[in-house]
Design a protein around this ligand. Sequence first.
Ligand SMILES: Cc1cc2nc3c(=O)[nH]c(=O)nc-3n(C[C@H](O)[C@H](O)[C@H](O)COP(=O)(O)O)c2cc1C
Length: 258
Amino acid sequence: MLWTPQVEALLSHKSVRSFLPEALPEGAIETMVAAAQSASNSSSLNQWSLVAVTDPALKQQIADRVARSVPVARIPWIEEAPALLLWVADLSRGAEITQGAGKEPVVLDYLDSFLMASIDAALAAQNAAVAAESLGLGIVYLGVMRNIAKELAEMVNLPQHSFITFGMAAGVPDPARSSSIRPRPAQPAVLHYNQYQQDPDRAWLSDYEAAYQTFRKRQNMSEKTWAGAVVESATSMDYLGGRKALRETVIQRGFSLK
Ligand SMILES: Cc1cc2nc3c(=O)[nH]c(=O)nc-3n(C[C@H](O)[C@H](O)[C@H](O)COP(=O)(O)O)c2cc1C
């Protein structure tokens, strides 16, 4: 490893799911957005937006709605966090500007345009996450927001040609309920030089399972193996939550995915 303070900060990341009941420091959201806007973005088209939900009533309404989509009564970290950030893959500005110029935005009908905006939203969000962590704040990504993609878009008044790719709860971590850093598999699991090497033996797996078990035990989580979790995520329709009809929702939101 080549060690720098930035690398150290990246390797110290952990999702935060327990927040203190205090607001974000003034300027925190704007600082996160400045970092987000500094991320690379496809062709400099700036095809993402952020809806920062800070109104407690609206946030609670969203928390209640999303909790009804999963087999738990509440998702406390959405309720506790002072800000719920909704990261939007946003082709609406491009569509409007193009139509305003009297042209049809035909390229936006293709899958690649949707993918491009989604990639850019994710890169922006990750820069914002890193900035937040550097301020001593904590975040957790919320893919669960896609369970209610259709209703959520209406709740925050999203225009056509835009889609909430995921949410992010952000706040001041509660030090009394802090988690530890989650282990990752050893690099041979993910790193290939020059040619992808298929790896049926998975020599890295036993160490990773051991670290995974230690982590889960320390966090008082139920016993399960990582490989078991992988299989469950690939086979249980429950894992999909409300996202079975996501393709239709995305198309209804104005993406043709040709
Ligand atoms: C796109 C995305 C969506 C996620 N969605 C959720 C979610 O809905 N709920 C949740 O508790 N964690 C969610 N997470 C957090 C992951 O579970 C977490 O990043 C992973 O377990 C690794 O742990 P760490 O972030 O603490 O290192 C999501 C992460 C990503 C990148």
